[in-house]
Design a protein around this ligand. Structure first.
Ligand SMILES: Cc1cc2nc3c(=O)[nH]c(=O)nc-3n(C[C@H](O)[C@H](O)[C@H](O)COP(=O)(O)OP(=O)(O)OC[C@H]3O[C@@H](n4cnc5c(N)ncnc54)[C@H](O)[C@@H]3O)c2cc1C
Ligand code: FES
Length: 386
């Protein structure tokens, strides 16, 4: 029996063939557009983006903005609040770090990332000291969910920023100012010293022109005498600045110590947890001070990690496994480096790790022994399946 006859016996075959012929006759034949969606996805959300530094702007003594243009044409669009994970090679070690895009999404000619140097920082130090105009990098596509959603966040927004944590808010503020969007924004921005404030002049100009945007600087170590707001972003300070907090949505971004502090202050004000959004800014500076860290294990204790079918590497207890792997030349997929996105999900075959609160492991991951090496710390010798 010929194939054609077999096909005719399949229920619905004749009707489908007739329908295809009708579509072709009336101009709705999509065969020549095959692959169009795939091409569009690759254009809007490519796996990697080639970037070139077109400008370096000194913001403060410890922070610089790197203006990045597409090294191979266009840049994918992004939403204010998203970040890119920038891949770098420092001292022969291939690693990456996420940085929020500080520029406005109204234009996609460039991404601005603003980096503050961290004490003993591996990548931030490299950027601040070595990266100049013309340098090229690869990054991920823009990612992250620290973005505005009109359905859930309303129009009355409070941004609590600490240090370089102002960057995603800057993108949101620039967008609201440029597009004249109908949103009330109050940025409460904590800095150690007045000289540490990033974007001070631009924020001053924006607030002068846009009555719906307010900025309050809070300085923790001001020079004396100092007239402005001092100390930390406490419940009392927020009450004085913001008045009635009901109906407001709070977003927090800054160093990890700031979260626990701001969350408890917001709790004192009676702000419901669902009205508070946070952006995690990478692994904790000192994991041994996290709740649940086992007493007997010291940050410098070193364990051996065996990779099934590969080499065995040393790993310090106080350092995320992902960094130990990178130090040994093993690069695994990474995006958020904060335990959130699941891209680095890896099977732990044996041994015990510490994963701080906030690491978004699925129930099934816990059950079947998967970990997020970007936020997992070895507590004994391990075996991993990569
Ligand atoms: C979503 C998101 C957005 C962010 N946005 C910003 C932003 O806009 N601006 C900003 O400034 N920061 C931002 N960060 C923080 C940023 O990603 C880095 O964590 C920060 O720049 C510090 O990185 P670092 O490498 O300098 O320091 P660390 O990674 O903390 O390095 C500290 C120490 O670890 C050692 N080390 C680390 N990695 C290696 C390695 N691979 N090999 C050998 N030694 C190593 C070094 O000895 C160094 O002393 C963001 C983080 C997240 C998660
Ligand atoms: S890189 Fe996102 S969870 Fe590890």
């Amino acid at each position: 029996m010929a194939l054609k006859d077999v096909m005719k016996d399949i229920q619905g075959y004749t009707e489908i063939v007739e329908e295809i012929q009708t579509l072709k006759k009336y101009g709705s034949d999509y065969t020549d557009r095959k692959g169009e969606v795939e091409r569009m996805i690759a254009l809007l959300h490519p796996k990697t983006v080639a970037l070139k530094v077109s400008e370096v702007i000194k913001e403060t003594q410890t922070a610089k903005t790197f203006r990045l243009v597409g090294a191979a044409g266009h840049l994918p669009p992004f939403q204010a609040g998203q970040y890119i994970n920038v891949f770098v090679e420092v001292g022969g070690i291939r690693t990456s770090r996420p940085y929020s895009i500080a520029s406005s999404p109204s234009q996609t000619g460039f991404y601005d990332i603003t980096i503050r140097s961290v004490e003993d920082g591996f990548v931030s130090g490299y950027f601040l000291e070595e990266v100049t105009v013309g340098e090229t990098f690869e990054s991920s596509s823009p990612a992250g969910t620290f973005t505005y959603n009109p359905l859930f966040h309303g129009k009355d927004l409070v941004f609590l920023a600490g240090g370089s944590g102002v960057t995603p808010f800057m993108s949101m503020i620039r967008e609201v100012a440029q597009k004249g969007l109908d949103r009330q924004i109050h940025l409460v921005y904590g800095s150690r010293d007045v000289s540490d404030i990033i974007f001070e002049e631009e924020l001053r100009l924006i607030t002068a022109r846009h009555p719906n945007i307010a900025v309050s600087h809070v300085i923790s170590n001001p020079p004396e005498p100092y007239e402005g707001l001092k100390g930390f972003i406490t419940a009392e300070l927020m009450k004085d600045l913001l008045g009635d907090v009901s109906g407001k949505t709070f977003s927090v971004c800054g160093p990890e110590v700031m979260y626990a502090f701001c969350l408890s202050e917001l709790e004192k004000l009676g702000v419901a947890r669902r009205k508070i959004r946070t952006e995690v800014y990478g692994p904790p500076r000192d994991v041994t001070s996290q709740p649940g860290w086992p007493r007997g294990v010291k940050a410098l204790d070193t364990f051996m990690v065996r990779i099934r079918g590969g080499k065995t590497i040393p790993a310090k207890a106080g350092e995320p496994l992902m960094i130990s792997l990178e130090r040994s030349g093993i690069v695994i997929p990474a995006l958020c480096r904060s335990g959130e996105c699941s891209l680095c999900r890896t099977k732990l075959l044996s041994g015990k790790v510490f994963q701080p609160d906030g690491v978004k492991l699925r129930k099934s991951d816990r059950q079947f022994g998967y970990i997020h090496p970007c936020m997992a710390y070895p507590l004994e010798d391990l075996e991993l399946l990569l």
